[in-house]
Design a protein around this ligand. Structure first.
Ligand code: NAD
Length: 263
């Protein structure tokens, strides 16, 4: 069955790039109005926003909310509700990464990664749930990571945040189970996006490797398929989770990682 999201509104954090942009396009293709969020050049964001509107005949707005700021996160949910009447789908996806040996890991980087990759989901859920409960329908999807299940050296904050979001997902799923609101996380393996590309120089330094070695021996070697996951593959899974066929899927952590976490 195809997913029909006509009349629904999806807020996707961190959707000016990578996986988030693919989620936004997938939900719009099913008829949802979209609240984009994230950073970037204003002209690029406006180009994406108008492209979504014209490609899929839906409405899209951009919220510049900073996911490290709780009041701005609440403002983003309010923007969805005032622009389109409801927030039915919330995807907590914004994320950043930093690679460093734990003893050198700057405390301010730790705080920022926990804020953007974990606490933002708590604040978003907190703001969106009253409306979802009232309407008796909702879908909350958190982008976790293979790092919600397994660790890698030099990523202490990221791995901790991703393990945390898996716990938040299960707790919220149990609280909302009788309200027809599901909460799941999707855990991709490596997807070639700016987030992955930007961590390569620090990984080269931490592991004393060349760029090619990092790509082949760290990134691709983690995945038995020896291939990157694509943003479209991750978005297709999210779209499925929003459909009626997924109504009984809640509290899970769905891996899409080329077999990484099966090993
Ligand atoms: P990306 O760098 O392409 O996108 C990150 C998005 O988050 C951008 O839109 C950026 O503007 C936004 N963002 C960053 N800081 C923000 C802030 N303070 N407030 C609002 N928005 C902010 O990265 P991506 O790979 O698409 O990552 C998306 C999510 O997927 C992240 O949570 C990441 O941890 C997760 N993930 C990525 C991979 C991968 O291999 N790329 C694997 C597993 C999980």
């Amino acid at each position: 069955m195809t997913t029909n999201l006509k009349g629904k509104t999806a807020v996707v954090t961190g959707s000016t790039s990578g996986i988030g942009l693919a989620y936004a396009r997938a939900f719009a293709s099913a008829g949802a109005n979209i609240v984009l969020n994230g950073f970037g050049a204003p002209a690029d964001i406006e180009k994406e926003r108008t492209a979504i509107e014209s490609d899929y005949k839906v409405k899209a707005v951009h919220s510049p909310a900073d996911m490290s700021k709780p009041a701005e996160i609440a403002g983003m949910i309010a923007l969805g509700e005032t622009s389109f009447g409801s927030v039915d789908i919330l995807v907590n996806n914004a994320g950043i990464q930093f690679v460093s040996p734990v003893e050198d890991f700057p405390p301010e980087k730790w705080e920022r990664i926990i804020a953007i990759n974990l606490s933002s989901a708590f604040y978003g859920i907190r703001a969106a749930v009253p409306g979802m409960k009232k309407r008796g329908w909702g879908r909350i999807i958190n982008t976790a990571s293979a790092h919600s299940l397994v660790a890698s050296p030099f990523k202490s904050a990221y791995v901790s945040a991703k393990h945390g979001i898996a716990g938040l997902t299960k707790t919220v799923a149990l609280e909302l189970a009788t309200f027809k609101v599901t909460c799941n996380c999707i855990s991709p393996g490596y997807v070639w996006t700016p987030l992955v590309e930007k961590q390569i120089p620090d990984t080269m330094k931490a592991r004393n490797m060349t760029k090619e070695q990092v790509i082949n021996d760290v990134l691709l070697d983690a995945q038995p398929t020896k291939q990157f996951v694509t943003v479209e593959q991750v978005a297709a899974l999210a779209l499925f989770l929003c459909g009626d066929d997924a109504a009984q899927i809640t509290g899970t952590n769905l891996s899409i990682d080329g077999g990484w976490t099966a090993e």
